[in-house]
Write a protein that binds this ligand. Sequence first.
Ligand code: ZN
Length: 173
Amino acid sequence: MPTALKLRYYGDPVLRQCASPVDSVGPSERFFIQEMIRAMYEFEGAGLAAPQVGVERQIFVADAGDGPFVVINPEIVEASTEQAVMEEGCLSLPKIRINIKRPSVIRVRYLDGNGRRVERVLSGLLARIFQHESDHLFARLLIDYATDAEREKFQPQLARLEALSRDMWKTPA
Ligand code: ZN
């Protein structure tokens, strides 16, 4: 059965609202997280944040190539001064790729899918995905990192996505 979760695109106001922390991980949170994991694989993304399916809660799921990774209430407590540039894409901004410079190594705190407190150091792709998905929970999108030239180049696609997001909620006359 395909996922019932609906992917939100650039222009949808939910992507520009900060998500609320999760107080406790109970059956409804676990169910939602399973649905998000299913949706991430169905949409073929390396990560999916709750606002991208219209839910303003601090939850994201990711897979950097070694299975699903569940993060609740993420905090980046320390970041390396060393930075790396990597090209990023986003399910909510299809056909847009932006080179983004971010810290290569981060120390993070979060709750896992069972509500247990975790503190660990991430590097490589996982550090990258963690930062991209955390951005979603604080209303930041990859296009915010674009240079003026990139923004100009992607303007037609951004306009298409904004129109799509408007049509999604239009009630038939
Ligand atoms: Zn994204």
